[in-house]
Design a protein around this ligand. Structure first.
Ligand code: NAI
Length: 339
């Protein structure tokens, strides 16, 4: 099958090429899919898209008019696809619902430890041959209370890792999983209790209307003074401006982010020639107790292999007129907000 791969990043191309084998001809396009770039999918039966692409109704109409029939989303999140329009146009859509909860949970712990042990400052000082330790004092994770908001696949793996560290675990989820309570002594509590008791809070709930700015000024004020907050879920679950204010007042002791409310059009690209265009991000990064990565929590070789393999499996199924294993239906997307 001829496939146009939009937003094709160098880091993923070898994995996609290998998984596609000789069965599919991949045309890698660096541009994101959108109204102005849809024509690049000419003569393709399928497109493969990423979280930063635009698969809204007008774009899907252009693709369908070109003869495209299949949309493979190379990610779990699919809020960028108008599934209603896809169904109306007869386009089949599939995603990769689970490629590695370990990658994201492990990156979450990386942020926690790096913030706690002040690795940003330590690295800067060491490069200047300043070996003083006075501003690098951390704390033991052992015995601390960690609150996990959203205890699904990623939150569950995080619970397992932190149980190993000897942390006390609190969880908040609209669908509590009793297995986590049984295995890791995780106690499901209200969001208010979690905020009031946790030394570290980590966000792993999806972005849906109910979670938009779930962590806002009011919630931040309920937390312990000096709390560590980590968000590797979706940027808009956190009111970022409120977080900056809480950092400056000392209410937030540490902030670790892999996702950012205004990341679209910014993350995944080189903007080093125009630094500082996002004032809020610039202010956040200037705070010493903040560590931000640019949506790289998923970026492990294992995850990339799984994404490429599942994407190729969808294309294989479609090429032999079969449904793909992870085809998306309209109902699944109606509650999602744009990321
Ligand atoms: P999942 O669906 O397995 O778990 C999500 C959990 O959140 C579920 O247990 C669900 O019941 C709970 N939840 C739903 N609505 C809630 C609410 N209003 N309040 C509290 N809990 C709620 O999803 P998974 O795989 O664990 O992924 C979680 C999120 O992580 C994804 O939605 C995505 O936004 C983000 N993610 C980030 C990546 C990164 O590279 N930074 C990569 C992959 C996912």
């Amino acid at each position: 099958m001829q496939v146009t791969v939009f937003s094709a990043h160098p880091f993923e191309q070898p994995f996609l090429t290998e998984a596609a084998g000789s069965q599919h001809q991949l045309r890698f396009v660096a541009d994101a899919l959108g109204s102005n770039t849809a024509a690049l999918a000419h003569s393709s039966q399928a497109v493969a898209i990423f979280t930063s692409d635009d698969a809204s109704a007008p774009v899907l109409e252009r693709l369908a008019a070109l003869g495209v029939r299949y949309v493979a989303v190379r990610a779990a999140g699919h809020d960028q696809v108008d599934l209603g329009a896809a169904a109306r146009l007869g386009l089949r859509v599939a995603n990769v619902p689970e490629y590695s909860p370990y990658a994201i949970a492990e990156h979450t712990v990386t942020l926690m430890l790096a913030l706690n042990r002040r690795l940003r400052q330590a690295d800067q000082q060491l490069r200047q041959y300043d070996f003083r330790l006075d501003n690098l004092v951390g704390f033991d994770l052992h015995g601390k209370t960690v609150g996990i908001i959203g205890c699904g696949r990623i939150g569950g793996v995080l619970a397992r890792i932190l149980h190993g560290f000897g942390c006390r675990l609190l969880g908040y989820d609209v669908r509590p999983n009793p297995e986590l309570a049984r295995r890791y002594d995780l106690q499901f509590v209200s969001l208010g209790t979690l905020c009031a008791q946790a030394d570290i809070i980590s966000v792993h709930a999806p972005l849906v209307p109910a979670t938009h700015h779930l962590i806002n000024a009011e919630r931040l004020a309920q937390m312990k003074r000096g709390v560590m907050l980590i968000n590797t879920g979706r940027g808009a679950v956190l009111d970022t401006e409120a977080a900056l204010i809480a950092l400056r007042s000392g209410q937030l002791g540490y902030l670790g982010l892999d996702v950012y409310e205004h990341e679209k059009g910014l993350f995944f690209q080189d903007h080093s020639r125009e630094p500082g265009t996002d004032a809020l991000l610039t202010e956040l990064v200037a705070e010493p107790n903040v560590l931000i990565t640019g949506h790289q929590a998923f970026l492990t070789r294992d995850a990339l292999i799984n994404i490429a393999t599942t994407t190729a499996n969808s294309l294989n199924a479609w090429a032999s007129q079969q449904p793909a294993a992870h085809e998306l239906q309209l109902a699944a997307s109606t509650t999602l907000l744009p990321a």
